[in-house]
Design a protein around this ligand. Structure first.
Ligand code: FE2
Ligand code: FE2
Length: 483
C-alpha cells in the first residue's frame, strides 16, 4: 500500500493518494484525462508539442530529491497528483474550529464555500498556460524556452491538483466543475477565466517575466493562505504546489533581472550615464529602465486586483470557517480568531485616501495584499535594484501606490498617479503615458522579440543566466528543435 510519501509512478496518473485503491476516483480522473489532453494540445504551448524538452517532473514529495530531470515531449509529461506528507495529529490553526483535528472530509456546512475556493484557485492554473501559449516562437534562448515550458507543465499539474480535490471530495458537482475548468478560456468574451488578470494577454517575454514575478507571486500568497486550511487535503495539496511555485518566482525575478543587467551593461559600453535617455538606450537594442518601470506598474496594479475588495465578508467567512488562513498563519502570535482585532486599511473617504482601522476579519484581503507587497518589494530590492546600483546608475524600480490603476475595490473609482496623488480624469489622460506602457513602448518591445534558437545563444536584450538548469553547461540544448 502506498503511504503518504511513496509515489506510485507506474500507473497512468502518478500519485501518492492511493489512486489504485479508489476505483471510483480513478475512473473519474481517467474520464477527465482525454479532455485535459485535448485542452493541452489546443490551448497549451503552440508548436513544440513534439519537441523534446529538458523538464523536471515531480517524483516524490520529500524535500530532498523530489524531482527528476529528463527529456520529455510535453503531451507525455507525467502530470501527477501529489500531496505533501501528512502532519500527524494536525490541528486546525485558526477560525471558529481552531484546536479541532484537521478535517479529512469536507465539512457539510462549508461545502459550497470550499468548492468555490478550490475552483477559483484551479481556474488560474490553466489560464496562465493559455495566456503564455504564443511565447515559444519568440524565446530569447533555449534556456528561456525550457523555463517557459517548465512553468506551463507545472501550472497544468496544479490544475490536476485542484481537479483531484474536486473529483475526490465533491462528487457530481466536483466533476462538473472539473469539466468547466477545461472549457473556460483566458480572454474569451463568452466564457472567460474567473479573474481579471488571467484574461489579460501575455504578448511578449518582458510581460511573461513580469507576470511570473508579480502574478505568480499572488499565486504563492494564495497557496500559502490555503495551505493553512482546516481541510487537510487542500492544505497538503497546496504545500506541495508551493515547492514548484518557487521556480516560477525564480523565472520572473531572474528574467527581469537579466534584462536589467543587459541594459545596464549596454549603457555602460555606450557611455550612456542617463538611463532616462530612452532613445539612445533603445538604439542599443536593449530595454530602457523607464519602460521596465512602466511594465512593473502595469503588472503590479493588475495583480493587486486579484486580492479583491478592501473590506470583504467572503474573506472573513472563509477565515471564520477555518478554510483559508493568513500568510504564515502558524507563525503569527495572536489568538488566530481575530474577533476583537482591527487592521489598518487604506480607504477612500470624502474624496481622499485615508488610513482607517477596520475589523481585522473583514480586512483579511488587505492583510494578504500587504504581505504580498512586502514580499514583492524585497525581491525587487534584492534582485533588480541591486543590479542597477552595482552598475552605478541612479535609478530604482519602485512599486506604485495601491491606488494606482485599479479596477477592483475602493480605488477603482478614482485615478491616482504612482505616488498615490489623486488625478482628475483629464490629467490622468494627459499623464497616463508616463505611467503605463504606451503602444509605442509595446511596439518597441515587440520589435526585440526575435527567437534565438542556437545552443548557448541569447537575444541582444537579455543577459545569460549565472548557472544552467540542473547544473547544465551554458550551451546545453534544453529544447531539441531538430528532432
Ligand atoms: Fe500554479
Ligand atoms: Fe505558478
Amino acid at each position: 500500500m502506498s503511504d503518504a510519501t511513496t509515489v506510485d509512478y507506474d500507473g497512468m496518473i502518478p500519485n501518492n493518494v492511493g489512486l489504485n485503491a479508489d476505483p471510483r476516483l480513478r475512473r473519474a480522473l481517467e474520464r477527465w484525462h482525454p479532455g485535459y489532453l485535448d485542452w493541452w494540445r489546443d490551448r497549451g504551448p503552440e508548436g513544440f508539442q513534439e519537441k523534446l524538452v529538458y523538464l523536471r517532473t515531480a517524483v516524490s514529495v520529500e524535500p530532498e530529491g523530489w524531482a527528476k530531470f529528463g527529456f520529455v515531449r510535453m503531451p507525455e509529461y507525467r502530470w501527477g497528483i501529489l500531496l505533501a506528507p501528512a502532519v500527524e495529529d494536525r490541528k486546525i490553526g485558526f477560525g471558529t474550529h481552531r484546536g479541532e483535528p484537521a478535517w479529512q472530509e469536507v465539512p457539510g456546512e462549508y461545502r459550497a464555500m470550499l468548492r468555490r475556493l478550490i475552483v477559483v484557485q484551479g481556474d488560474t492554473e490553466p489560464a496562465s498556460v493559455e495566456q503564455q501559449r504564443h511565447l515559444g516562437s519568440t524565446a530569447p534562448s533555449l534556456y528561456d524556452l525550457r523555463n517557459l515550458f517548465q512553468v506551463n507543465v507545472e501550472e497544468a499539474r496544479h490544475l490536476w491538483a485542484m481537479v483531484y480535490l474536486l473529483q475526490k471530495y465533491f462528487g457530481r458537482d466536483g466533476r462538473e466543475e472539473a469539466e468547466e475548468l477545461l472549457s473556460r478560456r483566458s480572454g474569451d468574451r463568452d466564457s472567460p477565466r474567473l479573474l481579471g488578470a488571467f484574461n489579460e494577454t501575455t504578448p511578449d517575454w518582458l510581460s511573461f517575466f513580469m507576470f511570473t514575478f508579480f502574478t505568480d507571486r499572488d499565486g504563492k500568497m494564495q497557496l500559502h493562505a490555503l495551505s493553512q486550511s482546516g481541510f487537510d487535503p487542500l492544505s497538503r495539496t497546496c504545500r506541495f504546489m508551493l515547492t514548484e511555485e518557487a521556480h516560477h518566482m525564480f523565472v520572473g525575478q531572474s528574467g527581469v533581472g537579466r534584462i536589467i543587467e543587459r541594459s545596464c551593461a549596454a549603457m555602460r559600453e555606450a557611455g550612456i550615464d542617463d538611463p532616462t535617455d530612452i532613445e539612445r538606450v533603445r538604439a542599443l537594442g536593449v530595454v530602457d529602465l523607464p519602460t521596465m518601470q512602466k511594465k512593473a506598474n502595469l503588472h503590479f496594479s493588475l495583480t493587486l486586483d486579484l486580492f479583491g475588495s478592501e473590506i470583504s465578508t467572503n474573506a472573513a467567512n472563509a477565515f471564520n470557517a477555518s478554510l483559508k488562513g493568513r500568510y504564515l498563519e502558524d507563525q503569527i502570535d495572536d489568538d488566530h480568531q481575530l474577533l476583537n482585532n482591527t487592521y489598518p486599511v487604506l480607504r477612500l473617504k470624502d474624496g481622499r485616501i485615508v488610513k482607517e482601522d477596520a475589523p481585522a476579519l473583514s480586512a483579511l484581503n488587505m492583510r494578504l495584499r500587504d504581505d504580498y507587497i512586502a514580499d514583492a518589494s524585497s525581491a525587487i530590492e534584492r534582485w533588480w535594484n541591486r543590479i542597477i546600483a552595482r552598475a552605478g546608475f541612479d535609478f530604482r524600480i519602485k512599486l506604485p501606490h495601491v491606488a494606482f490603476n485599479r479596477r477592483i475595490g475602493e480605488f477603482a473609482a478614482i485615478h491616482a498617479d504612482p505616488d498615490g496623488n489623486m488625478l482628475g480624469a483629464e490629467e490622468w489622460q494627459r499623464r497616463r503615458d508616463a505611467f503605463l506602457p504606451t503602444t509605442e513602448d509595446n511596439l518597441f518591445i515587440e520589435s526585440l522579440m526575435r527567437p534565438v534558437t542556437e545552443r548557448g545563444g541569447f537575444a541582444s536584450w537579455i543577459a545569460p543566466p549565472r548557472a544552467g538548469i540542473d547544473g547544465m553547461p551554458g550551451n546545453f540544448e534544453y529544447v531539441k528543435l531538430a528532432g
